[in-house]
Each structure stands twice: as structure tokens, then as C-alpha cells.
Design a protein around this ligand. Sequence first.
Ligand code: ADP
Length: 156
Amino acid sequence: MSLERTLVILKPSAVQRGLVGEITSRFERKGLRLAGMKMMQLTDELLSEHYAHLAGKPFFARVKNSMMASPVIVCCYEGVEAVQVVRAMTGATNGRNAVPGTIRGDYSVSAQENIVHTSDSPENAVVELNRFFKPEEIFDYKLNAMPYINYAEECE
Ligand code: ADP
């Protein structure tokens, strides 16, 4: 086990529906350390890179437009096995299939307007955090509650 960092994007569907507080509060309550957070307007160029694996899909242009419809909030969360923890909290891509209790399961009924993007592997998390954050935008501060979140050996 080790400390990992992962990318969360609160999509325009979260910003427009006033869910930013609700979603970030879930990650806070879970015990993840917020290491970076900012609002940004995504561009077609950045999204073409971020969603390159969808380039052949008929909905590629629509998904990119949806992600540019308003500014988004990008977050970096840190924790033990944070990538899989956050991914489990996210739920299935299509909100209609996502299990209730997950973010998409609770707030989305759409395959596209599904509230959050979250990194799907530790390798992709590294690439995606570099894509959306400058090094100085990620903060290394100590979470004082850490001894009550994990025992020391869990973080090694
Ligand atoms: P995830 O976001 O769960 O990792 P993908 O990487 O497969 O899923 O897809 C990226 C995003 O593209 C999804 O979050 C969703 O917004 C959109 N998307 C994926 N599949 C569809 C689809 N069949 N119809 C419309 N939008 C889709």
C-alpha cells in the first residue's frame, strides 16, 4: 500500500447543478487529503488529449463540448490507494447504471452528464495530474488528522 494522488474533475454538470460542495464534501469526509484545487475553462486541445481514447467514438465531439460548456473544478486528492478509492466512490460511467451511494449513482441519470471525471489507474493519474496541474499547484502540507485516518504503516 502507498499514498497515491488522483485527479478529480467536477464537470460542468456538477458546477451548473450546484453540486461542487456536495461532491467535495464526500471526499473530505472519506479522509482524503485535498492537495490541489482550481477552477479552469477547458479547451478542445486539452480535451482531445485527455479523451484521446474516445477519439473514434460518435460522441467524441459532443463529450468535449459538454466539458467546455462552463468552467470546471479540478482537484488533486491524496490517500492510501486513493485512485481505486475515488474510482469506487465515482461509480459506473453511465449514471443510470451506477450503484446508488456512488456519486454518479446518486446525482446522474446520464451516460455523458455524469458529474465527475476520476483517474482510472495510478499510471493515468500521474499523466492526468501533470496535464491539469503545474507542480507548484500541488501542495505537500501535512494533514494533522492523519493519525486518525490511517495508521503509520499503511502509508509506507
Ligand atoms: P469514465 O469517465 O467512467 O472513465 P470513459 O473514459 O469511458 O469513462 O468516458 C469518458 C467520458 O465520456 C464519460 O465520463 C462520459 O462523460 C462520456 N461518455 C462515455 N461513454 C459515453 C456514451 N456512450 N455516451 C455519451 N457519453 C459518453
